[in-house]
Design a protein around this ligand. Structure first.
Ligand code: AHM
Ligand code: MG
Length: 310
């Protein structure tokens, strides 16, 4: 592939149903971006987690759900913002799309990064293990609109071109987490971090990694993918399962991480190997360069063993 390759060219060599799904989401970037200034407030409704929805959360969720179902490749859409799977009314399609339509929507207020996260499964089961994904991607809405797409054979990044609605061009192929790692970003109230996580963050800082946290998983992951490093939304003392969701956030981003030579873990288990118990399950997420995540897993195991022993 050369630097003139467009998303359209790239998708011609992909499974046609996956291509249709990516295209359906890619085609909505400009309408979504244009809508942001007009829907900055609350929707007055709550999602399945009891969190207040932003007007933009609801609008983007409805738009993308509709466009995905319209492809007819999609049997159902499961979304962080929908209490139940939205089924293709004709019963057609063999694919399930899991999405966080607007990850980091609390950043709408401050105009910091946010984006859309998508996992694609060739299955009608709404809650497969993440390893069953056939593709996953995320989209950032600015300053450049980009799509980072992982397929079986690697991770590719496309940027939205000027002019036509659907034109994106390839800016990076076979993305890998760079070595040595340079950054870390960690969420949650530090007073509530478990001690082993606090220790791990101290280690990163002592090694000279810089702290960069922007408040959206998709944006924070994106910079770790570009500079190498670590992102964590940890288990908290009062919320041992953390904040982020397995199906809508953990699985797609862990699929992308693995295809870029990295790893997504709960600290005890590879995220992609978890059998979801419920759609709205939360998990602690530690993701980034393989060696850092393996190191964190070892540290957590030692601490757990020591606790069980004494
Ligand atoms: P959202 O999907 O409702 O936007 O929530 C998830 C977001 C993540 O993008 C981000 O990592 C985290 O919540 C930020 O939480 P906090 O404000 O606690 O740092
Ligand atoms: Mg989210």
């Amino acid at each position: 592939m050369n630097k003139e390759t467009t998303l359209e060219d790239f998708l011609e060599n992909q499974d046609p149903e996956v291509a249709e799904i990516v295209d359906a989401v890619a085609g909505q970037s400009i309408p979504i971006r244009h809508e942001i200034p007009h829907r900055r407030g609350d929707a007055g409704t709550q999602n399945i987690y009891g969190e207040d929805q932003k007007a933009l959360d609801v609008w983007v969720n409805d738009l993308l759900t509709h466009k995905l179902i319209e492809t007819n490749s999609v049997y159902q859409v499961v979304s962080e913002e929908n209490p139940k799977p939205i089924l293709n009314p004709g019963g057609e399609g063999e694919y399930t799309v899991a999405m966080d339509p607007l990850d980091g929507s609390s950043n709408v207020k401050s105009n910091n990064l946010f984006g859309t996260i998508i996992g694609v499964y060739k299955s009608r089961n709404p809650a497969e293990k993440g390893r069953k994904q056939v593709a996953a991607f995320y989209k950032l809405y600015g300053p450049m609109i980009t799509i980072v797409l992982a397929t079986e054979d690697g991770v590719y990044e496309f940027a939205k071109a000027r002019k036509t609605h659907k034109k994106y061009f390839l800016i990076n192929e076979q993305l890998r987490f760079p070595e040595p790692p340079k950054l870390y970003g960690v969420g949650g109230n530090p007073k509530k971090w478990v001690p082993e996580f606090r220790y791990f963050v101290d280690l990163l800082r002592d090694r000279g990694l810089k702290n960069r946290y922007g408040g959206s998983f998709v944006g924070d992951f994106n910079q770790v993918l570009k500079y190498g490093g670590f992102f964590g939304y940890p288990a908290l003392l009062d919320k041992p399962r953390g904040k982020l969701r397995l199906v809508f956030e953990g699985n797609p981003m862990s699929f992308i991480a693995e295809k870029a030579g990295g790893l997504g873990s709960t600290g005890a288990q590879n995220i992609l190997d978890i059998e979801p118990r419920e759609m709205d399950e939360r998990i602690p997420i530690y993701i980034g360069n393989m060696e850092l995540i393996s190191e964190l897993e070892k540290l957590f195991t030692v601490c757990k063993d020591a606790r069980e022993q004494y």
